[in-house]
Write a protein that binds this ligand. Structure first.
Ligand SMILES: [Zn+2]
Length: 732
């Protein structure tokens, strides 16, 4: 997961790109603007080494709200000054000026992002509830500033005569396109209509999300007796008992309507009747014909989105969403999804055959149904791979793996990490540690903060957060990034042992961090991870691959008691399970991605979500033994906001690139080939959004990406053409 700049989470990618993200001492006039600033430590420029560091420990949580308000006011004033500049619009006084604006908000936003994601207690939540709508309104005020857009438009119109660098051309195009996409070219009546559509949509998104939350939060299957618990482990029983008690049903057991509660039950419960009940509850979220049914809301959202796309001059919502992505058109995204669909479905049929064979051998007397998939897949896994998680864990020590990531960063990019232990860099919590990152010549590159342990008020999962992007526009500004996770803190001196999946996630998030740390651009709004949605997971997914390299395992996967490296036999077992159940994983994902795209290509025709989903899946040939990972009535990625609408394909797009890119190393001298590593750094990691990602990828790989590597990675047959994929399977 990535939480790029905290401000991007806060204001959305449009605004992040509008304002730029670099932090630098505010201009004196800007600081004088807000009268109460002097007293608010969050508004002061960051002090300390390397362009200043976040002032953790030097402010109160209650400073956040007034600081955000003052910083927004200051940003608007800066934007107004750019818009009102009496000089002719130029690249420097308009486009570059926007990247030089908004630094106070960058700084306050960085702190706000850290607190809302890792220190989110009741007082912070209260600030969040109050400030989020204000931040959204702030964003509208910038995109609807017609004097500002007139200047951007003028610079864009004269671009061919401006002798701009390629990076400047890209920045100009992005700014112009994003304003146009947000409606800047519309007349006043159309702008008002757009605003109305956006507000109606915002209301529907909230309703959609609340309906899903309501059904997930209140529905449950109650297990009444010992017989209902058959197959569950002691820890599952304890969790179910605690869940029931929390719902006022002490003495019984509850399976809640969430994935983390449902999936383990479907995997282990031997009670097929209860598995079916639980499965039906989970797959029917938002589709029960009651007060929380989302179908009518979906019809309405799709209609309004289609109207908005038309108003903005695009054939469909999907075309609008994909314009500034790497895929560029919905057709190309669909082509990738469809190229993988058939082999993935074929694999599902094989997986089902394996499961059916076990069921028949056990004389279960059943045909595999969707509520049997997890249960029998687990039996297949045991029979075929014989891999026990508990055999792997003793070799995966959190701190050794951190050292492994540093070592990989050194091998690939020449980076070095030195922990700062003298207390000179303040942190927001005692568990947070900081490292200075330098390059092969010993030059300062940036700071890496590490916040590894779970605690109340911290988001679940793992993510990367960029406190300050690299830039050179106003002098060298070094990058500051953090990696965040939720490991359970051990006893002092005892190593923390983690799972293989968690180790992979650690490398994934570190890949995002390296994307930020290796950034080498001029304009802060183009730095590091500020790339299109279907490209941003590529560097991070790619870095995961170095975890399983022999060089890493031999040096760092050491038994916590004996110090011996992980045995080769165990590594082979892990490698073999990488393709296990990939039919299921791929098809449940693809079904969701294809329905998402087709819903948003359908235009203004009123859509009955249930009929549309049924007919689309039937036309695709969806196997009857599984369902979409997210059925339409609870598909929050696409209906709780614009975020991943017509964008769920992005995960596969990025994965196609990462699989193809890793093979560039294998085709050369291996994972540590220095020539390929340099190409990767020069054309992918360091360039941020300064070039079209398709061009960057081509420069790295020497050709467009193909799907052959992805197919091999997932254990599917490779389409005709071998390593050079057939033309229609090319992603580009
Ligand atoms: Zn990620």
């Amino acid at each position: 997961m990535i939480s790029v700049s905290p401000r991007s989470a806060m204001l959305g990618p449009v605004l992040m790109a509008l304002l730029g993200c670099a932090a630098k001492p505010s201009k004196p006039d800007a600081t004088m603007n807000a009268s109460s600033d002097a007293a608010n430590p969050l508004l002061a420029p960051w002090t300390g080494p390397w362009g200043g560091v976040p002032p953790f420990g030097r402010f109160k949580v209650s400073d956040l709200k007034p600081a955000l308000q003052a910083a927004m006011d200051e940003s608007l004033a800066e934007i107004d000054r750019i818009a009102a500049d009496p000089a002719q619009p130029s690249f420097d006084n308009t486009i570059a000026a926007m990247d030089r604006a908004g630094h106070s908000l960058d700084r306050v936003g960085a702190i706000y992002g850290v607190y809302t994601s890792t220190m989110d207690d009741a007082p912070v939540q209260a600030i969040e509830s109050e400030m989020e709508p204000k931040l959204a309104a702030f964003s509208d005020r910038i995109t609807q500033n017609s004097r500002l857009f007139a200047r951007i438009d003028a610079v864009y119109a004269s671009r061919s005569g401006l002798s701009l660098t390629p990076e400047q051309q890209r920045l100009l195009w992005l700014r112009y396109t994003r304003f146009v996409r947000a409606g800047a070219k519309l007349d006043d009546a159309a702008k008002a209509r757009l605003s109305e559509l956006n507000q109606q949509l915002a209301v529907l998104y909230t309703k959609f999300r609340q309906n899903v939350l309501e059904e997930e939060g209140t529905q449950l299957i109650l297990l009444e007796s010992e017989a209902d618990l058959a197959g569950l482990s002691p820890s599952q029983r304890d969790a179910a008992a605690a869940a029931a008690a929390a719902q006022g049903k002490a003495g019984k057991w509850a399976i809640l309507n969430t994935r983390s509660s449902v999936d383990p039950f479907l995997t282990w419960s031997t009670r097929r009747d209860l598995r079916e009940k639980v499965w039906r509850m989970f797959t029917m979220r938002g589709d029960n014909g009651d007060a929380h049914d989302n179908k009518q809301i979906i019809t309405e959202i799709l209609k309004l989105r289609a109207q908005r796309a038309k108003l903005l001059g695009y054939p469909t919502h999907a075309h609008w969403q994909l314009e500034d992505t790497m895929a560029k058109t919905p057709e190309r995204a669909v082509a990738l999804l469809e190229a993988v669909w058939k082999p993935a479905v074929a694999r599902v049929h094989e997986e089902v055959a394996d499961m059916q064979a076990i069921a028949d051998r056990e004389k279960a007397g059943i045909r595999i149904a969707p509520w049997d998939y997890h249960f029998y897949a687990e039996k297949v896994r045991k029979a075929k791979y014989d891999l026990d998680e508990n055999d792997v864990k003793p070799y995966l020590q959190l701190e050794k793996l951190r050292e492994a990531m540093f070592w990989v960063a050194g091998q690939l990019f020449g980076l070095r990490f030195a922990q700062i232990t003298d207390g000179s860099i303040p942190v927001y919590h005692p568990d947070v540690r900081v490292w200075e990152v330098t390059d092969a010549q010993g030059k300062h590159v940036g700071l890496w903060y590490f916040d590894p342990y779970a605690r109340p008020g911290k988001n679940s999962g793992a993510w990367m957060n960029e406190y300050r992007p690299q830039s050179r526009l106003e002098g060298e500004i070094p990058v500051i990034v953090s990696n965040n996770a939720n490991f359970v803190k051990g006893k002092p001196g005892e190593p923390i042992l983690i799972s293989w999946d968690d180790a992979r996630t650690l490398f994934h998030e570190f890949g995002h961090a390296l994307h930020g740390l290796t950034s080498n651009v001029t304009y802060p709004s183009l730095a590091g991870t500020s790339v299109p949605r279907d490209y941003v997971e590529f560097p991070s997914q790619l870095l995961e691959r170095w975890l399983s390299t022999r060089a890493v395992l031999d040096r760092f996967a050491l038994h916590f008691q004996t110090g011996q490296p992980i045995p080769a036999k165990l590594v082979e077992k892990i490698a073999r399970t990488e393709t296990f159940n990939q039919g299921y994983i791929t098809v449940e994902y693809l079904a969701s991605a294809l329905v998402d795209m087709k819903l948003h290509l359908a235009g203004e025709t009123p859509i009955d979500p249930r009929a549309f989903e049924r007919d689309t899946l039937a036309a695709l040939g969806m196997p009857s033994e599984l369902v979409m990972r997210h059925r339409t009535p609870h598909f929050s990625h696409i209906f709780a906001g614009d975020g991943y609408s017509a964008g769920y394909y992005s995960y596969l797009w990025s994965d196609t690139l990462s699989a193809d890119a890793y093979e560039a190393f294998l085709e050369a001298a291996g994972p540590y080939d220095q020539v390929v590593a340099k190409r990767l750094r020069d054309n992918v990691f360091s360039v941020g959004n300064t070039i079209d990602p398709a061009d960057g990828y081509r420069a790295f790989r020497g050709r467009d990406p193909g799907i052959a590597a992805l197919m091999r990675r997932r254990g599917f047959p490779v389409p005709a053409g071998g390593t050079v994929p057939a033309k229609k399977a090319t992603v580009q």
